[in-house]
Design a protein around this ligand. Structure first.
Ligand code: F6R
Length: 619
């Protein structure tokens, strides 16, 4: 995820800004940049790679060879940014800050401007020239378009034209004591010091300097000066808000106040999914995967899709299979990559092979993708990491935009992968004409509502999940049961339970119970069952009754408003209603939380479980 740091005050700020970026490094980035304003002039430096490269570029490190002279200290106002590429590759040109045509304005932006293409067209027609492929750059040009002497007004007018979820900060060479920033769905926080003020996307960026913070809310514009900050709304009306004192230490601040990265990442899922889908669903009745480089003709002619992946990514593929088959009517095969690559698969030019790998570096998935490519298949990588090996080995790339995941157990990258599979399924339906325009529009509306439903679901189930975890954290075994679209959710829930709590757990297709696994059940067995609304709910409920009859303690995940489940389960965890194919992206949330709380009650390190690494590059 990108990081923003800005400063205005009386101290030389170059090193303060770079120190602030260092505190945001844990969020992940692939390039960085800084702009400093001094003597009516803004100098900017950007560098691909880690902050050492930026430090070298500003002459802070190494022998200074090749260092570009930015306004030497003591500039006392500036902006800095770490970028996690989403629109446009990892290049110096695409790194922030971005400027307007006159080089008087610089901006840094986090998030995504959904209507960037349309705005870029308008601005280009007005004569604006662009130097990057980013959506962010258009914001500098929009401010330029509206600038008539008051930077706050110009930012407000630019802000009003943007759609999407983003936070940005701007600086203007004619206004040497002012930064102006705005927020829509992405975090933005002001740090109030003594005669100096910070603006940042996360508190760690300035925590070493000040603990007094002013939170910026959605739709607000903040004008930052050395003496403090003024909040206004979209109409220019003053917003009054008290500042607060942060009590976290630096470690807690990196985790945004959460006790672990895993919990923080569970809570980041609304943002991860929103980043993955929003601009691709900008139209009401049309999925835009224009960056995909898979022609409509090729997509229309695909005979079969084969998904290869490992672990959690494999489970995302299993969910994807339902969406692609149901909506796009393309047959889908799915295999564990480490099996596929050694079984001499029948695959060829009419197949689309999708390797799902959040890291883009998993050895078995890469090998399976290469094998398929050698045999003539078109290979797509679905990955979270720009520049990863998978992106180099694939013909086509579809990115999730979950940001860096630090916890070893995949959480937000899973829901982002599932969201991307939904996009792909809908896009295939659109290209192949297997769903009508109205059906596509209805599903798009549902998908757009998913990020806020994720947030609601996490908040609403957490207390109950904790209570269930308290009853079962000393259990010897968890069984997960599901059918159809609920089965991959169970497989993923059981994987989370195994890997972070070390409690043996198994996931079964509920219809298979009577063929053996039912023998496992006794009074001490918690049975977790995914019983969300679907065409097979009745069948699932009969399986729940079977388990209950053996004395098992049934914990069901159900759709709000579906009363029948509570009648047969011991405990019911409700998630918001949505289209039944989309239910997995919500149903997994209580299961992530259950594994998390069970492991925490045992005092385990959930961020770094034993024997596991985040990226599995060995075969
Ligand atoms: C489980 C987990 C792993 C990964 C698997 C594949 O929480 O994280 O099962 O999903 O190692 O990794 P990627 O997606 O990077 O290929």
């Amino acid at each position: 995820m990108c990081g923003i740091v800005g400063y205005v005050g009386n101290r030389p700020c170059r090193d303060l800004l770079i120190a602030g970026l260092e505190k945001l490094e844990y969020r992940g980035y692939d390039s960085a940049g800084i702009s400093l304003l001094q003597d009516g002039r803004i100098d900017s430096v950007r560098a691909v790679g880690n902050l050492a490269n930026l430090r070298a570029a500003v002459g802070l490190e190494g022998d200074g060879d090749g260092a570009v002279a930015v306004a030497a200290p003591p500039a006392t106002i500036g902006l800095a940014h770490t970028r996690w590429a989403t629109h446009g590759g990892v290049t110096e040109e695409n790194a922030h800050p971005h400027g307007d045509c006159t080089d008087r304005i610089q901006i840094v932006l986090n998030g995504i401007v959904e209507n960037h293409a349309e705005l870029r067209r308008q601005l280009a027609a007005e004569g604006h020239g662009f130097t990057s492929e980013t959506d962010a750059e258009i914001v500098a040009h929009l401010i330029e378009r509206h600038e008539k002497g008051d930077l706050t007004d110009a930012v407000r007018s630019a802000f009003a034209e943007l759609r999407g979820h983003y936070a940005f900060a701007a600086m203007h060479s004619d206004h040497p004591g002012t930064l102006v920033a705005a927020r829509q769905e992405c975090p933005l926080i002001v740090g109030l010091g003594d005669g100096e003020t910070f603006i940042a996307s996360a508190i760690p960026a300035f925590l070493a300097q000040t603990r007094r913070v002013l939170l910026v809310d959605n739709g607000e514009i903040v004008t930052v000066r050395a003496s403090g900050a003024d909040l206004t709304d979209g109409n220019g009306a003053t917003v009054s808000r008290e500042s607060e004192e942060v009590t976290w230490d630096e470690d807690a601040a990196e985790k945004a106040g959460f006790p672990t990265f895993m919990l923080k990442e569970i809570h980041e899922q609304p943002g991860a999914v929103a980043e993955t889908i929003t601009d691709r669903l900008a139209a009401t009745d049309h999925v835009d995967l224009s960056g995909l480089e898979l022609s409509d003709e090729l997509a229309a002619g695909i005979r079969r899709i084969v998904i290869v992946a490992c672990g959690t990514s494999y489970h995302a593929g299993l969910v994807g299979r339902y969406a692609i088959e149901q909506w796009g009517r393309v047959p889908v095969e799915i295999d564990i990559a480490s099996e596929y690559r050694y079984r001499d698969p029948v695959v060829g030019p009419d197949d689309l092979v999708i390797g799902i790998t959040q890291s883009g570096e998993t050895a078995d998935t890469l090998a399976a993708m290469r094998l398929a490519r050698q045999r003539g298949a078109t290979v797509m990588a679905l990955t979270n990491i720009m520049g990863s090996q998978a992106t180099r080995d694939a013909d086509v790339i579809l990115f999730t935009r979950a940001g860096l995941e630090i916890g070893v157990a995949a959480t937000k990258t899973f829901t982002a992968q599932v969201a991307a599979m939904y996009l792909l399924g809908l896009w295939l339906a659109q290209v192949r004409g297997t769903l009508g325009r109205e059906d596509i529009a209805a599903l798009i509306t549902e998908l757009k509502g998913i990020p806020s439903k994720i947030a609601t679901a996490i908040e609403s189930v957490d207390e109950r999940v904790r209570a269930i975890a308290r009853s079962h954290h000393e259990g010897r075994f968890f069984l997960y049961l599901g059918r159809n679209i609920g089965l991959p959710v169970c497989l993923e829930g059981a994987l989370k339970m195994k890997e972070i709590s070390y409690i043996p757990s198994d996931a079964y297709a509920a219809g298979e119970m009577k063929h053996g696994p039912i023998a496992l059940l006794d009074e001490s067995t918690p049975v977790v069952c995914v019983a969300t609304e679907s065409p097979v709910l009745d069948k699932v409920l009969s399986n729940v009754a079977e388990a209950r009859a053996r004395g098992a303690d049934v914990i069901a995940v159900a759709t709000e408003g579906s009363e029948r489940v509570a009648e047969v389960a011991d405990q019911t965890l409700y998630v918001p209603p949505t289209d039944w194919i989309l239910q997995p992206i919500l149903a997994i949330l209580p299961l992530q939380l259950l594994a998390y709380h069970v492991a925490r009650l045992q005092g385990l390190n959930v961020d770094q479980p034993r024997n596991l690494a985040k990226t599995v590059t060995v075969e």
